[in-house]
Design a protein around this ligand. Structure first.
Ligand SMILES: [Fe+2]
Length: 235
């Protein structure tokens, strides 16, 4: 399996706080069944701004450790109007140097002129993936917003632990509805701390497998992420 969303790199954002914690996380990931992890450290202006070359250095070092999952470059980019600049200047990263980007929005309020920014990204051939839609209040209310984004070609990544109620009841009900309506393309842990999400992944998968087919589960946990890593189209 491929973990599509993680804050596994040490001292880059609000995720892992040390190299040791990162090693612990990688061991937990392996136990949960992951052999690849996309490191989607936050890139948020004025808050988390570790540029690509620095993160790449840490990833190279970690990938030399034996018998642990392989780590890939990525970012979880907090959407701002200058996102193209951040990408052009190799501050924020696409996933594994492909055209795919993972972005997040404010959890509780609307992003003004969202479509204008997304269209600008699309004009430059970026392919867009929204992180954990089930956590946004606008999505929890109804799916109009999701369908509008889907119409624009945006794909959706949900968090494993949402189905367990880790982010509240609304997120749990919303992810269930998203899965039932085949709106999820990728699953990720969004892990920040050791001994938190990874041990919960098997139970989350058990619950998710009651909603979607084994074939679709394989797509969400592995196949679609592999396509992204290779810059291939999803469906
Ligand atoms: Fe995240």
């Amino acid at each position: 399996m491929i973990d599509f969303h993680s804050h596994i790199l040490p001292n880059v954002d609000d995720g892992s706080k040390s190299y040791e914690e990162t090693i612990q996380l990688l061991k937990e990931a392996k136990n949960a069944g992951f052999d690849k992890i996309i490191s989607t450290s936050h890139y948020a202006q004025d808050c988390f701004e570790v540029p690509e070359y620095k993160r790449n250095g840490v990833i190279d070092e970690l990938n030399e450790e034996e018998n642990l999952p392989q780590i890939f470059l990525g970012s979880e980019i907090f959407l701002t109007f200058n996102i193209l600049e951040l990408l052009h200047e190799y501050k924020a990263s696409t996933i594994n140097k492909t055209n795919y980007i993972l972005f997040e929005l404010p959890l509780r309020h609307q992003f003004i002129n969202l479509k204008t920014v997304l269209n600008k990204l699309k004009e430059e051939n970026y392919r867009l993936i929204l992180a954990h839609p089930e956590r946004y209040s606008v999505v929890q209310k109804d799916f109009k917003f999701l369908y509008e984004l889907q119409e624009m070609g945006v794909l959706f990544q949900s968090n494993y632990a949402s189905i367990l109620g880790v982010y509240g009841l609304s997120a749990k009900l919303t992810v269930k509805k998203m899965l039932k309506n085949h709106l999820v393309s990728f699953l990720g842990t969004d892990v920040h701390r050791a001994n938190s999400i990874y041990p919960k992944v098997p139970l989350a998968i058990e619950k998710i497998s009651k909603i979607i087919s084994n074939e679709e589960l394989e797509d969400l946990t592995t196949n679609n992420a592999n396509k992204v890593l290779n810059n291939e189209d999803i469906n």
